[in-house]
Design a protein around this ligand. Structure first.
Ligand code: ADE
Ligand code: ZN
Length: 349
């Protein structure tokens, strides 16, 4: 699907993109050589081929055919990131790309816990991303507030420890201002949102926002959405939900999202990898017609066929039969759902 000039020119905001999911094969190749990190691919072509990963989260469910799962492929990419400069370059490449797509503000996720076990200090990761945050804003005019994800299939205490290490970089009184929220990502199987309640409470006491992945068609997907709406954060619910498409099947979830004003960050291309066009897009259209607030995002663009946020918006434009004013409304939703400060929001609207 070619990106229309209308979608290309539309001023955009992205709220669901994993910075590690924007690692291009070329940067990965370069960093592997610079840092002497062995790649399990002999040639650049073989590395490129590895990005054609199928959607497959859990071998026990999908069968183990020896091929790496999506998340294994994604976390393998993080191995080449070692020095502050590497994190900085990854951040800058993405922010440059954002500018080129007319994306003016972003809230990228990062996975600090991918690095700590390798002995990389939190400061290395966070200073690198923070330098990109500042320089990206100055050089490309793309503002960003970042989101620290808890890795939900690792022990809760490790997530809490990572959060404590990251705290000096949080956007809070006396903090450096890199990230303003916590999220919840990685393998969702038997890892419901409520497990991380201590982490959300800690972040909320620090004045941060809370969001969490409830990925599509996972085991217990709708129950996870239910928890995220009604149970987490002391029963107040998350402030956004990442994905959450399974709400479409349950009227009480649709009502809960609307009553509580919780928006969904949908990533249509991620779902389109495994759902047919005629199954997927009517669900998104139904949420739209029901008045559930959502915005459109990319998720892990380099590991998802290089479909970035503009491509994701084009899919919705085309397959949900949206008109131009709907698309403008969608772009405004992402501003309204963002946690940019009020002044910046006004500029973006
Ligand atoms: N973390 C980064 N990308 C992810 C994805 N697609 N699903 C779950 N966790 C992730
Ligand atoms: Zn995601």
């Amino acid at each position: 699907l070619e990106i229309s000039s209308f979608v290309a020119a539309l001023p955009k905001v992205e709220l669901h993109v994993h910075i590690e999911g924007t690692l291009t094969p070329s940067l990965r190749w370069k960093l592997a050589h610079r840092n002497n990190v062995p790649l399990p691919y002999l040639t650049y072509e073989a590395l490129l081929e590895s990005y054609n990963v199928l959607y497959n989260h859990r071998k026990e469910v999908n069968g183990d055919n020896g091929a790496p799962t999506f998340l294994e492929t994604y976390f393998a990419g993080t191995q080449v990131l070692c020095k502050e400069e590497d994190f900085y370059e990854l951040g800058m490449e993405y922010l440059q790309k954002a500018k080129d797509m007319n994306v003016r503000y972003v809230e990228p996720f990062f996975d600090l816990q991918a690095y700590l076990p390798r002995g990389i200090p939190a400061a290395t990761v966070l200073n690198g991303y923070m330098r990109a945050q500042r320089e990206g804003a100055a050089k490309f005019g793309v503002q960003s507030n970042w989101i620290m994800c808890f890795i939900r299939d690792e022990p809760v205490e490790e997530g809490i420890a990572a959060y404590k290490a990251a705290r000096p970089w949080a956007k809070m009184e006396g903090g450096k201002g890199l990230f303003h929220a916590v999220g919840l990502a990685s393998n969702e199987y038997d890892r419901p949102p409520l497990l991380f309640e201590t982490g959300y409470e800690m972040a909320q006491r620090d004045g941060l926002y809370v969001t969490m992945h409830c990925d599509v068609d996972q085991k217990d997907a709708a129950d996870h959405v239910h928890e995220a709406i009604f149970s987490v954060c002391g029963g107040k619910g998350a402030q956004r939900i990442d994905h959450g498409l399974n709400a479409v099947d349950r009227p009480e979830l649709i009502a809960g999202l609307k009553d509580r004003g919780i928006g969904l960050t949908l990533c249509p291309h991620a779902y389109h990898r495994r759902q047919k066009t005629e199954v997927l897009f009517p669900k998104i259209r139904k949420l739209w017609d029901e008045g559930v607030k959502f915005c459109i995002n990319s998720d892990d663009p380099t590991y998802m066929h290089n479909i970035w946020v503009d491509g994701a918006m084009e899919k919705v434009y085309h397959y949900c039969e949206m008109d131009k004013s709907d698309m403008v409304k969608l772009a405004r939703n992402s501003v309204e759902m963002s946690w940019a400060d009020e002044k910046l929001k006004e500029e973006l609207l």
